[in-house]
Design a protein. Sequence first.
Length: 311
Amino acid sequence: MKAIIVAQPGGVENLIHTQTDTPVIGDNEVLVQVKAISINPVDVKSRQGKGMYGRLKAFSPLILGWDISGVVTASSSPQFKAGDEVFGMVNFPGHGKAYAEYVAAPAAHLALKPASISHAEAAAATLAPLTVWQTLVQFGQVKAGQRVLIHAAAGGVGHYAVQIAKHLGAYVIGTSSAVNRDFVLSLGADEHIDYRSQQFEQVVSNIDFVLDAIGGDHIDRSLEVIKPGGTLVSIPSGLSEQVTEKAKSKGIRGAFILVQSSGEDMKALADLLAQGQLRSHVSQTFAFADMDKAHLQVESGRTVGKVVVEI
């Protein structure tokens, strides 16, 4: 089968196209013929030697990627049969091996793909909305009427976060550049803040929950707008001990959440996707041969919604 390996970390030239053996499935696994792969910032960071690379570097060949949608061609699980269309985030934060024509995936990491959405839309709706679901629903327990601030609301995680927060009944404020204002509001956000012309901490307050997909000084600045008893979750950089202590001193719960593969959570997302209450915005698709271009687009930090590679 075709696959893309990373022999050593570095630039996109280190994404090596090759042929390798089709994987053999074990107990409670399925073999998925991959139709679409979602590309995330963690893919880019891992290729560069950051992200998950430290956990994965001992694997040879190292095949990046976790987010897939495709068709089951063989199954050793009662959950799925050959011909089923499935999607999910495979083996995160372990070795997902998604940059390939076929992936051996634990059945417990997958859900049936809704017939109403494409493989590209399904592949997109894996790591990013899973992160949101596990953060807002399970950890944050966001409730109707709460005020939620979402940074980078037009991005991969952010555009799902706006939709899921609204599904939960929250009052949602999203930050992005002015050019993406209408997009963020179309997702259901109640307010939009242009981060280039406004300092969010000067115009919002009394926030129950902040989801930060940017990191850096956004963490400290976000603490200024959260009310006592509120929650701050930072995805990219985590929370330093200093910020954690500062959050605690203000009566705020601060945390870094690392998403975990979960078929049960994927089923919950599949239901929302099937009902039209959640949608993927795939801004660009690339061919498998152009994986380097997909990485460069994600690396730009200027992607609206998601980037997907189709096989």
